[in-house]
Design a protein around this ligand. Structure first.
Ligand code: ZN
Ligand code: ZN
Length: 402
């Protein structure tokens, strides 16, 4: 089969590799019909996630048709159409039973690496380094799905792939980001980052009762989607007249946003002095993350507000004003998405027409174009907002602008 392989920092190639096979009785093999490149794939592309090995197959957002199931998979059969959550969970451990699916204790065979770094390991993830289990990802023509009796959700309607594909990560991740923000009716919510997760967080914040959402980014095409599709007030932080913390204070009658959502994470961009400091320290491996958004959100948030962090962080943070969090009694919630908890209710919201998750797709490509697409996605060229891949289409062409 053809698969998208990580070959080193900034080096993605499409290779012919052996088809996956059933290894454990709970496995299924999926013929992938649609997959996507995620913002967090860029952390791998840019070399910020350790333990990647040349040849690792990328991709954790995918769906497809069941080709084969192991003897213990009773809920799926050949021919079923499914979306697969990006976290791998066993369904039986202390954490899975408490709906904390992304903290599953049983699925990461390389748990000792995370245990050394974090004390305990979270669940395994598809296509996301050996720290997270070293499982092959779904930017490929076929993929092995472990614990297939627990994760995949059957799609039994005739909605096109594009409308349900994002149940694999970004829609639930944006939704949990909003849910973690403890939004009360009438609240004002500030969201940093209008990438896919940020956009879904905006839409979800309104579903959860926000009165107003203020979205912060620098790319016109993203700000446009945030405004026109999702209904946010937008701030372009590169606008010379704008100081984000002051702008948020002005927009909230001097009190600050009730909730702040950091949908950016470890590779925050900033053209300020402190932003340069982060870039230099991270490049010199003296700092794992560039926590610029976190610093700003902690300054901006109102007293007693809630800070939700769906953006990914990797390690120790520098110059984060923890005193601001303490001094203002800020509530915080974060972590990988507890995917399995959200699949059914969010599928229902799509079926009911409350949201059409395909609104943010800007590029539809075949598998051979993927290496170029990683570059376009990283550099935010060509007005890119989300790239969807048909792994069975070879030929170059029919890119569709938003
Ligand atoms: Zn993702
Ligand atoms: Zn578990």
């Amino acid at each position: 089969m053809k698969a998208v392989c990580w070959m080193g920092t900034g080096n993605i190639q499409v290779h012919k590799v052996p088809d996956p096979e059933i290894v454990n009785p709970h496995d299924a093999i999926l013929r992938v019909t649609r997959t996507a490149i995620c913002g967090s794939d860029l952390h791998l592309y840019d070399g910020y996630i350790p333990t990647m090995e040349a040849g690792d197959i990328l991709g954790h957002e995918f769906m497809g048709v069941v080709e084969e199931v192991g003897p213990e998979v009773k809920n799926l059969k050949r021919g079923d159409r499914v979306v697969v959550p990006f976290t791998i969970s066993c369904g039986n451990c202390f954490f899975c039973k408490r709906d904390l699916w992304s903290l599953c204790d049983n699925t990461n065979p390389n748990a000792q690496i995370a245990e050394t770094m974090y004390g305990y390991s979270g669940s395994a993830l598809f296509g996301y380094s050996h720290i997270y289990g070293g499982f092959a990802g779904g930017q490929a023509q076929y993929v092995r799905v472990p614990f297939a009796n627990v994760g995949p959700i059957k799609i039994e309607n005739d909605l096109p792939d594009e409308k349900v594909l994002f149940l694999s990560d970004i829609y639930p991740t944006g939704y949990m980001g909003a849910e973690n923000a403890n939004i009360q009716p009438g609240d004002t919510v500030a969201i940093w980052g209008c990438g896919p997760v940020g956009l879904f967080a905006i839409a979800s914040a309104y579903m959860l009762g926000a009165e107003r959402v203020i979205a912060i980014d620098r790319f016109p095409e993203r700000l446009k989607l945030a405004r026109e599709y999702c209904g946010a007030t937008t701030i372009d932080y590169t606008d010379n007249d704008v100081v984000v913390v002051e702008a948020l204070r002005d927009l909230t009658g001097g009190i600050g946003p009730d909730s702040c959502i950091d949908a950016v994470g470890m590779e925050a961009h900033s053209n300020t002095l402190i932003g340069m400091y982060d870039k230099v320290k991270q490049a010199a491996m003296l700092e794992t993350d560039r926590p610029f958004v976190l610093r700003q959100a902690l300054q901006a948030i109102r007293k007693g507000g809630t800070l939700s962090i769906p953006g990914v962080y990797g390690g120790a943070l520098d110059k984060v004003n923890f005193g601001a969090a303490f001094g203002k009694a800020v509530h915080m919630a974060m972590g990988q998405t507890h995917m399995h908890k959200y699949l059914k209710p969010l599928l229902k919201s799509i079926e009911a027409g409350k949201i059409d998750p395909s609104f943010l797709i800007s590029h539809r490509v075949g598998i051979e174009e993927v290496p170029d697409m990683y570059k376009i996605w990283r550099d935010k060229k060509d007005q890119v907002t989300k790239i969807v891949i048909d792994p069975w289409r070879d030929q170059i062409g029919d890119k569709i602008a938003a």
